[in-house]
Write a protein that binds this ligand. Structure first.
Ligand code: SAH
Length: 223
């Protein structure tokens, strides 16, 4: 969220969003709830004003601290795999621009806990006041996502939005039996999208999907 601008969601923005939704549908996103959420959230609010006119192209953009807002296709893809249900308690690793976080909240998650390791990005949540009333169920944390949030665990859904070198064991622990985790796991040049299901008996199932390219998930916090 940027302080340096007027927040205006006009006819042109809405039109561009509709075209983006059609593009995502053509690329294979089928979950209408996810497409509705993308249609309703002004992505340009989460970018610097210089990118406003191109905010609805299916591409990533730089945000603070040398990080990126994920492609809309990536956001839609991960969210679709996560199957958010009303009342879910969700943990997101990598708050970044807060765009993905807002999509999760818009889908009816009861709580969205989101962790960011970059202090500069974490501090930008103070500019989230446009949405704070609408989404009081988002809780922001500055910390290391490898550790998760043991105090608030277990979670129905866990989403990792950075390239994980491995599946963090503490996050698996914090997943509820019956819960789902979506995580891009590093394979060198690209990451393989993985969905982990924790069965009711505590055993895990892994499913592999398309390749993506994320910024790295790093250990520790950055001041
Ligand atoms: N969901 C965000 C993605 C931002 S990019 C968006 O669409 O805007 C990934 C983010 O993960 C970056 O902001 C990066 O700083 C953060 N990140 C990387 N490793 C992390 C970790 N260990 N804990 C928390 N955040 C992490």
């Amino acid at each position: 969220m940027r302080k340096d601008r007027e927040y205006n969601d006009g006819f042109t923005h809405k039109g561009m969003r509709k075209i983006l939704v059609d593009t995502l549908r053509d690329k294979g996103i089928t979950d209408e709830m996810v497409l509705d959420a993308i249609n309703s959230i002004p992505r340009h609010f989460f970018l610097e004003s210089a990118f406003e006119k191109i905010a609805y192209e299916n591409r990533a953009f730089p945000i603070s601290a040398d990080q990126t807002i994920s492609h809309p296709y990536t956001v839609a893809y991960q969210t679709q795999l996560l199957q958010i249900k009303k009342g879910d308690k969700v943990l997101e690793i990598g708050t970044g621009s807060i765009y993905q976080t807002t999509i999760l909240a818009a889908l009816g998650a009861q709580w969205v806990y989101t962790i960011e390791r970059q202090k500069k990005l974490f501090d930008e949540q103070k500019e989230y006041y446009h949405f704070r009333k609408q989404y009081p169920n988002i809780k922001f944390f500055y910390g290391d996502g490898f550790k998760g949030l043991p105090t608030y665990a277990p979670f129905d859904k866990i989403l990792i939005t950075a390239a994980a070198p491995f599946v963090p064991p503490l996050l698996v622990e914090q997943l509820k039996p019956g819960g789902l985790m979506v995580i891009p796991v590093d394979e060198g040049d690209a990451q393989r999208m993985m969905r982990i299901t924790k069965n009711l008996d505590g055993t895990l199932n892994e499913e592999l999907f398309e390749e993506f390219s994320f910024v790295p998930m790093l250990q520790g916090k950055n001041v």
